[in-house]
Design a protein around this ligand. Structure first.
Ligand code: PGA
Ligand code: ZN
Length: 429
């Protein structure tokens, strides 16, 4: 038996950060090396994402994963056991062939992504190297710029505010270590501001404060004040990044802002967001329009694409062909890379490469339902994505990722870290 031969492949049910079941795959190779992968789960999902195998029925809200376990045990394991891995993403070919559907509806996106990660980690374990090194090959290794949530909203906070993430990017930081310290200061300052107004009501799904604001704009104003009271210059030192997650707000060009009790059309949405880009130092905005509002996204990109990073998440669902089409149509200028949106690491890499060929930005991202699996850090570093989005700077399933970046930065040297000052600021003219 060769070192890289898959000797055993088992699946088990484990739990994610929302207390929901998910699937973990463990691969053991011929030399006894072990690789594990756990499927994360989204709450604001794009309609074209890979579908997870979940059991349905009354138990555990229908979310149990025995069907995914069964697919791994009965279909995936018999085919992969005895196979030799000759590269970290080698198993994906077999997985894609076994599933054979565009949305992974046969075996389940969760079964596929957990297996894909476990095989990649097992390959790296045989090499006695971190996965990021193996993925990089002869290419550059860079420690990505963190994009970190301060307030959570939308589907992650009972729709307490309409949009989903208010984040910061420490643009002036010269290392991840410094970026995390600056962000922690902003997080503390935001907590103090909210406590002073008696507005602390816990944390949202990704660890940012649960926002107790009267309007959506008040959330941005409070974040701006938190940056200032932490002692930083908004924009140059710490910039604002938003995920509107607009697909959650409506369909067919109508957007419902529940907090403000009004419904607006695509034009009004573009005008409102454009007003924010003019007034606040924003470096990135994600899903400003819904996944079915291509015209809106094109107009938004034509108007603001030179001044700010415009990320497609639900809009592109980590799919290379959607990225290519959007680039041709002039919609978005960056892509969020979430492997479980598409099913395998290989397909996520394809989407990332396709975006890079268009000259787009690439941001590897966690999901709102996460675990201690930190493989996305390896992807961000090894694939040179240059940006990473994980949620806030609290809660173990988030800090496990930031702490992995700190370790990588120490191993690679701070010169491998990506600075944020190349990201344009919406207020700079
Ligand atoms: P999700 O949200 O994981 O709940 O889909 C994360 C995001 O929109 O970036
Ligand atoms: Zn998003």
């Amino acid at each position: 038996m060769t070192d890289c031969m898959i000797a055993a492949l088992t699946a088990r049910r484990v739990w994610d950060s929302r207390g929901r079941p998910t699937v973990e795959v463990e691969v053991t190779t011929g030399d006894g090396s072990v690789g594990r992968g756990i499927a994360p789960a989204g709450a604001s999902r794009g309609s074209r994402e890979a579908v997870d195998a979940r059991d349905g029925g009354p138990r555990l809200g229908g979310l149990d994963v025995q069907r995914a376990r069964g697919a791994i045990r009965d279909t995936i394991a018999p085919r992969l056991i005895g196979t030799k891995l000759s590269s970290p993403l080698d198993a994906d070919r077999v997985l894609l062939e076994l599933d054979g559907t565009p949305t992974k509806s046969a075996l389940g996106g969760n079964a596929l992504v957990a297996t894909s990660i476990a095989c990649a980690q097992a390959f790296a374990a045989v090499r006695r190297e971190p996965l990021y090194r193996v993925l990089a090959g002869d290419g550059p290794l860079t420690v990505p710029l963190p994009e970190i949530q301060i307030f959570g909203g939308g589907a992650h906070a009972g729709r307490r505010i309409d949009f989903q993430d208010l984040m910061v990017v420490a643009r002036s930081a010269t290392s991840v270590e410094q970026a995390l310290e600056m962000t922690a200061e902003v997080y503390l300052a935001a907590g103090r501001l909210m406590a002073a107004r008696n507005a602390i009501s816990g944390v949202a799904d990704e660890g940012g404060f649960w926002p107790a604001f009267a309007t959506n704009e008040e959330a941005i104003e409070t974040l701006l004040r938190a940056i200032e009271t932490a002692g930083y210059t908004p924009g140059d030192e710490v910039a604002i990044s938003l995920d509107i997650a607009a697909s959650e707000l409506g369909r067919e060009g109508r957007y419902r802002l529940g907090l403000e009790s009004r419904s607006i059309d695509s034009d009004a949405m573009i005008e409102m967001l454009g007003g924010w880009l003019d007034r606040y130092p924003i470096c990135s905005i994600e899903d400003p329009l819904a996944e079915d509002d291509l015209e809106g996204m094109r107009r938004f990109t034509a108007a603001y694409g030179k001044r700010v990073q415009i990320i497609g998440d639900d809009f592109l669902v980590t799919n290379a062909s959607f990225v290519e089409a959007a680039a041709k149509q002039g919609a978005c200028n960056a892509v969020l890379i979430k492997p479980n949106q598409v099913g395998t690491l290989s397909e996520a890499l394809q989407a990332l490469r396709c975006a890079r060929e268009q000259g787009w930005g690439t941001i590897v991202s966690a999901r709102s339902g996460e675990t201690e699996d930190s493989t996305i850090c390896d992807l961000a570093i090894g694939w040179n994505s240059r940006q990473l989005k994980v949620g806030s700077i609290t809660r173990g399933e988030r800090t496990v990722k930031w702490n992995a970046l700190i370790r990588a930065e120490q191993a690679l040297g701070a010169s491998a870290s990506v600075r944020g000052d190349w990201l344009p600021l919406s207020t700079a003219r």
